[in-house]
Design a binder for this molecule. Structure first.
Ligand SMILES: [Zn+2]
Length: 140
């Protein structure tokens, strides 16, 4: 068990059990979410609460060690960092909006555009799962 795992209860509770990027709920997804280093360990990120996030496997594996990606105009942007905001949900709503009709996440900023693309947040499988969770009343 890695050191980040010892933070799981706190990180998961802080996130309300949802992926801090794509909003999928761990408890309704059938898989264990990752305790992600927002700034990758390979880039000097520390295993501290201020550098950890709850991330679904899809977002975490797509992100890898990246901290930047290009927006729709091709400009390099920092990826969304939920730890830059207090509460974290404020930051999410600044950069993204959930289309409840389709289950897709829509960007509200260039950072949102870059993050949606890099983390494949609208991969069809995750859009489908998100729509089911919305329709079940699990995602508000
Ligand atoms: Zn996710």
């Amino acid at each position: 068990m890695g050191a980040a795992e010892s933070f799981r209860p706190l990180v998961a509770a802080r996130a309300g059990g949802a992926c801090e990027y794509c909003r999928l709920l761990e408890g309704a997804s059938g898989v264990t979410f990752h305790i992600e280093h927002v700034r990758a360990k390979a880039s000097g990120g520390k295993t501290v609460l201020t550098n950890l996030a709850l991330s679904c496997p899809g977002c975490n594996l797509a992100k890898g060690n990246r901290s930047t990606a290009v927006d729709l105009s091709g400009t390099e942007r920092q990826l969304f960092n939920p730890r830059d905001y207090e509460p974290a949900s404020l930051g999410w709503h600044l950069h993204f909006v959930l289309d409840r009709q389709t289950g897709r996440i829509v960007a509200r900023s260039p950072v949102g555009e870059a993050t949606i693309a890099a983390l494949k947040m609208n991969h069809p499988q995750r859009v489908y799962a998100r729509k089911l969770q919305v329709d079940a009343g699990l995602i508000s």
